[in-house]
Design a protein around this ligand. Structure first.
Ligand code: NAD
Length: 342
């Protein structure tokens, strides 16, 4: 995987596309980012097959099929994903089916561009798969495209990134290098996010946050995720809750659930936060940067909690603490009401 990181790195896009043999790449974005995606098309000049601006949250298969029809009709020979995890997800879903080369230009801190993971939603359930086919060949991290990420989204997206690194710290298959990256990543985001909230155009803070998000993405791709990611996938895929805000709410509760079973991770987080109760520290940090703190505020209904607990415990997956439905239901109840974790 090739990475170009810095401020103004977009200038290398044409060269990078040519290096990957793309003469007619399709530029992907959400409808909300269409105007910026047009700028990417302008940069490419004649060397593109236009754009598809229909990317949407949780990568529904129906949208992928629409985009596949465009790829075939325009004989696109590559994919340029401009945006957050939703756009990268669409690009990955097309790459899975076509093996076309991909360039990712991330504009959030989600980290999908660093992983061989694709989550697709079919019939109201989100399914995750791993395939080298979906890993973008090149990622262009250009700090300039993150400056406009609104403060509220910067906070939730930054916490989404931190969730990858936190779960990497207690992953069953963790290793010292990934743990080192995770600690640096969390530290970078804890330092950068409050500065971004104070001054969204602080380029040094934006650079540090994007660096942290890059590292977080690597940890997500490298080791197994646990309870936190499972809960968020369930809440996103089956209840259509927004991805990054859901991560922001759930993370302190998942961490509280695992604290006693994950002493190494807790030691790292105590160093980063300088506080003994790391779940509470994280909860307070989220509030300090203006992130939402309850599932009710994201539109979940209280009557959905039972089904969410069923879905999240239906199939076994690795997690430091044994998963039991009663405790997960209680965790969801706390997260629903936004009570202090633990
Ligand atoms: P998103 O891509 O859904 O973006 C949210 C909204 O913010 C969209 O409207 C988008 O256009 C807009 N936006 C993005 N960047 C912006 C910017 N700089 N300025 C203004 N608006 C901007 O959100 P996300 O949180 O980045 O991604 C969520 C999706 O990514 C979920 O479907 C999730 O499952 C997936 N994801 C996958 C992986 C993986 O490894 N497979 C990792 C992380 C996230």
């Amino acid at each position: 995987m090739r990475v170009l990181f810095g401020d103004g790195t977009i200038a290398q896009l044409g060269e990078e596309a040519a290096r990957l043999g793309m003469r007619r790449p399709l530029v992907l974005s959400t409808p909300e980012q269409q105007t910026q995606a047009q700028e990417i098309l302008t940069l490419l000049g004649d060397a593109s097959s236009g754009g598809f601006f229909g990317a949407t949250m949780h990568t529904p298969v129906a949208v992928t099929e629409q985009a596949m029809a465009v790829v075939a009709e325009r004989r696109s020979d590559g994919l340029i994903a401009f945006g957050g995890g939703s756009t990268t997800g669409l690009s990955k879903a097309i790459a899975l089916r076509t093996d076309l080369p991909q360039i990712a230009i991330p504009t959030t801190y989600a980290g999908s561009e660093m992983t061989p993971i694709l989550g697709e939603t079919r019939d109201g359930e989100k399914h995750t798969l791993r395939s080298e086919k979906v890993l973008p060949e090149t990622t262009i991290y250009d700090v300039a495209y993150t400056i406009g990420l609104p403060p509220a989204m910067s906070a939730t997206s930054g916490l989404n990134a931190m969730a990858h690194a936190i779960e990497a710290l207690y992953a069953r298959d963790r290793n010292p290098i990934i743990s080192l990256m995770a600690e640096t990543a969390i530290g970078s985001l804890v330092h950068a996010l409050p500065a971004i909230l104070a001054r969204p155009d602080d380029r040094a803070a934006r650079t540090e946050a994007l660096y942290g998000a890059w590292l977080c993405g690597i940890t997500l791709g490298a080791v197994e995720m646990g309870l936190h990611h499972k809960l968020c996938h369930t809440l996103g895929g089956s209840f259509d809750l927004p991805h990054a805000p859901t991560h922001s709410v759930v993370l302190p509760y998942a961490l509280a659930y695992n604290t006693a079973a994950a002493p190494e991770a807790v030691a790292v987080l105590r160093r980063v936060f300088g506080q003994d109760d790391v779940a509470v520290a994280l909860h307070e940090f989220g509030r300090r940067i203006g992130a939402p703190s309850s599932l009710s505020s994201l539109g979940l209904r209280e009557s959905d909690l039972d089904r969410a607990a069923d879905l999240a415990t239906a199939r076994p997956y690795p997690n430091p603490r044994v998963l039991d439905r009663t405790s997960i239901r209680a965790l969801l109840d706390d997260a629903y009401h936004g009570r202090a974790p633990g």
